[in-house]
Design a protein around this ligand. Structure first.
Ligand code: PMP
Length: 355
């Protein structure tokens, strides 16, 4: 969709018609010294005041980091919240649908189910879960409002090629008239460029990222959405007024002030991922380690149930993905510290070639 195209026809009609909740503070833009508008406690407690509903200071820093303008950002209580907001803003319950990739991240389906929104799935192809823009375009119909594409994908770990993403945005017949969400939760571990650079080409593009992975701040709960100011305005209509706590905003600003720990951690995790890929691949119990651009690997075993049991008995918890489409006998294993990875590898090695 060309920059500047109106998205009005995609917005849920009651969302377009509603009067958003507004606080005295979000309406006020001057200087004030006495704040008696929000029934806060005026005494000297650390967090007695409501946070900035639009997180302006934090957005300025995130904008610098990702080379966008602050008015292209919506922040969420994790990117999970942004996924839910997108479905609630654009999908009419009982009528509309979303597109996801199969296998894929479960949150899109969970959020769709809560909103009574149908899920259409584009299957990824063997042997390593390739995405095809043309097949995805065939999968959707006139009810599809949001397409969630994940790169690197969870749980497969592989990336959608930049050409396929361009093709979704520019060459597709049906997807071109949906909100196209590129979920980049794992982008910092990937050699591919972020789709943020395509925002200038497509009004309907939303790019999701998170503080939960490379930034090592999953407990903080901060997700970032990058999109056209038109979509920002739509999501701001329905988000909870104070969805990002002051603690979260302060902590995120603190981690943005020094990116060195993040960069060091990413390099270490990529090195350990390579080690896991090599050493897991050499085990008798392993059939295939799917190539990964993320901080985890999807591993196909001869018998994943047996592998899972052995790992659990050793106190090592991994994610069973064996019931996901195309993932028979697969476990998803997060990259840990070198010592943690050694425990994992030793446990699997001691199983021998049992199948
Ligand atoms: N998208 C993907 C692909 C994920 O794997 C995850 C977390 N597992 C999320 C989004 C949600 O991340 P957050 O912690 O920001 O809610």
């Amino acid at each position: 969709m060309k920059p500047g195209t109106s998205l009005a026809h995609l917005v849920r009609p009651n969302v377009a018609a509603m009067t958003p909740y507004s606080s005295a503070r979000s309406e006020f833009s001057g200087e004030a010294s006495v704040w008696l508008d929000a029934n806060e406690n005026p005494h000297d407690f650390a967090w007695s005041r409501y946070p900035d509903p639009y997180q302006r200071e934090l957005k300025v820093e995130i904008a610098k980091l990702r080379n966008v303008s602050p008015d292209q950002i919506v922040l969420g209580n994790g990117s999970d919240e942004l996924i839910d907001l997108l479905i609630r803003a654009f999908c009419v319950p009982g009528r509309d649908s979303i597109l996801t990739m199969a296998p894929g991240f479960g949150m899109y389906e969970a959020a769709a189910a809560v909103s009574d929104v149908r899920v259409l799935r584009t299957p990824l192809s063997a042997p390593d879960f390739e995405f095809s823009a043309a097949e995805a375009d065939d999968e959707v119909d006139g009810t599809t409002r949001v397409a969630f594409l994940c790169t690197p994908n969870n749980p497969t770990g592989n990336s959608i090629s930049p050409n396929e993403i361009r093709s979704v945005l520019h060459d597709s017949a049906n997807l071109a008239d949906t909100i196209v969400v590129i979920d980049e939760a794992y982008i910092d571990f990937s050699p591919h460029p972020s789709a943020i650079e395509l925002l200038a080409e497509a009004e309907n593009l939303v790019v999701l990222q998170t503080f939960s992975k490379a930034f090592g701040a999953a407990g903080v709960r901060l997700g970032m959405g990058f999109m056209s100011p038109q979509i920002v305005e739509i999501l701001n209509r329905i988000k909870l007024p104070y969805n990002i706590s002051e603690l979260t905003q302060r902590e995120a600003l603190r981690s943005l002030a020094d990116l060195a720990p993040m960069h060091t951690s990413v390099v270490a995790l990529i090195n350990e991922r390579r080690r896991l890929e090599t050493e897991l691949g050499a085990l008798a119990s392993v059939v295939h380690v799917h190539p990964s651009d993320a901080n985890f690997v999807l591993v196909r075993f001869h018998d994943s149930e047996l592998a899972l049991k052995s790992l659990l008995a050793a106190g090592v918890v991994v994610r069973d993905r064996s019931t996901q489409p195309g993932c028979e006998n697969c476990l998803r294993i997060s990259v840990g510290t070198p010592d943690e990875n050694t425990v994992l590898l030793d446990t699997l090695a001691s199983m021998g070639g049992q199948v």
